[in-house]
Ligand binder design. Structure first.
Ligand code: ADP
Ligand code: MG
Length: 381
């Protein structure tokens, strides 16, 4: 796939690329909707990546081609880039160039060829993979010397301010910073991070990712509304962020909030607690104990945060009923993917149970793969 990116670059741009870079998609084990509340998350990078073959240009132009695009090159003048100017998928890589320039790292131009096997819009963060692959390529091509967390912040700024999606920092940090064989325990306030070993195979376990292939359109506006609700609750409680509300103070805090904000706050506080519990189990070598934490996290997203949907609920229900250790939707919600922790010998049984449940409900067949904790953004060729 790496050689292919270099060959395809040449066919599209008519010159040889200087290198190939890759950045992965991610699934979050636990800690959902906590990143914009200054809380804790625990993602892993997927083996699925977005590759960027690239070379410098000296004429201030950014020429972008994606194998997942419409077969044409998007040709942009770097000095004309501004939020709202680029409407297509090209806003993600162009936004990275814009955010770099805003941070004082203007580049002279680039040709990019992009190819990806991260499913788009499936809650697996193809957008962060595209941003981070672009960022790491430009960082090397122009010897900018930025660290992986710094590149993640550039990528997040591109998505927030240039593309216009008010996401937290988890997706970009996961894509930029994860390492092979570990989960990333991240404090989204301090950006302090720890790579926690996660050898599923050695424990006789598998992590399935089941893409429900559902994306409900209410997603984007609903995400912004949830985020605003959390920020409003923190303000009413006189806290910088919901992360500052300890579990012991939850009940008293809920009494001080209007009805509609209570379930949001309950989710965020209990979810931060679930990340802490998950870390304790991983540090103690008890990976299977994550199962009930995942399922409890899903119940909280379904009943309190209300971002699940019939397809994700059915996946979790069917998987757990068929003997999975635990399951939850992952990503922002309103569709997307579900992760399932399962003993290796039960994979076939659990997958078949979910497929059967989808058939009975009249839902289109889901797509299932096994996830192993993989490496973050890097040069690959
Ligand atoms: P997710 O990040 O969960 O996959 P998003 O809606 O955040 O979903 O991002 C998906 C969007 O990112 C796509 O609609 C497209 O605009 C862009 N994108 C991601 N990967 C690629 C790619 N390989 N080529 C072109 N655009 C891409
Ligand atoms: Mg995304």
């Amino acid at each position: 796939m790496i050689d292919e990116a270099a060959t395809d670059f040449e066919a599209v741009h008519g010159a040889r690329s200087s290198g190939v870079w890759a950045a992965p998609g991610r699934v979050n084990l636990i800690g959902e909707h906590t990143d914009y509340n200054d809380g804790f998350v625990l993602p892993i990078a997927l083996p699925h990546t977005t590759r960027v073959a690239a070379r410098r240009r000296e004429d201030g132009r950014l020429r972008l081609y994606s194998a997942q695009g419409d077969g044409t090159i998007t040709d942009l003048a770097l000095d004309a880039l501004a939020p709202g100017v680029v409407a297509s998928w090209a806003a993600y890589p162009a936004g990275v160039c814009w955010a770099l320039a805003e941070a004082g790292f203007a580049i002279g131009g680039a040709d990019l060829f992009i190819d990806s096997d991260v499913p788009t819009g499936a809650g697996l963060s193809s957008s962060a993979a595209l941003e981070c692959a672009t960022a790491v390529a430009l960082n090397d091509l122009y010897e900018l010397g930025l660290t992986a967390p710094e590149l993640a912040l550039i990528a997040q700024r591109a998505e927030n301010a240039f593309v216009g999606v008010p996401c937290g920092v988890m997706d970009q940090m996961a894509s930029a910073c994860c390492t092979d064989g570990t989960a990333l325990f991240l404090d989204t306030r301090t950006l302090e991070q720890r790579h926690v070993p996660l050898d599923l195979a050695a424990a006789g376990l598998r992590l399935l990712v089941i893409d429900t292939r559902v994306k409900h359109d209410l997603g984007d506006g609903a995400y912004a509304a949830l985020r605003a609700g959390c920020e409003r609750a923190a303000e009413l409680l006189g806290l910088p962020a919901l992360r500052d509300l300890p579990a012991a103070g939850l009940e008293a805090a809920l009494d001080r909030l209007p009805d509609e904000l209570r379930p949001l706050v309950r989710h965020v506080v209990t979810e931060n607690g679930r990340v802490a519990a998950a870390i304790e189990h991983l540090d103690g070598g008890r990976i299977a104990e994550l199962g009930p934490i995942l399922t409890a996290g899903h119940a909280s997203l379904r009943d309190d945060f209300r971002v699940s949907c019939p397809e994700t609920d059915l996946t979790v229900e069917a998987a757990v009923a068929a003997g999975a250790l635990g399951a939850r939707m992952t990503g922002g919600g309103f569709g997307g993917s579900v992760i399932v922790l399962v003993e290796a010998e039960r994979v076939a049984e659990v997958s078949a149970a979910v497929e059967g449940a989808f058939r009975s409900a009249g839902f289109a067949a889901p797509v299932t793969f096994t996830a192993v904790p993989s490496a973050g953004a890097r040069r690959v060729g």
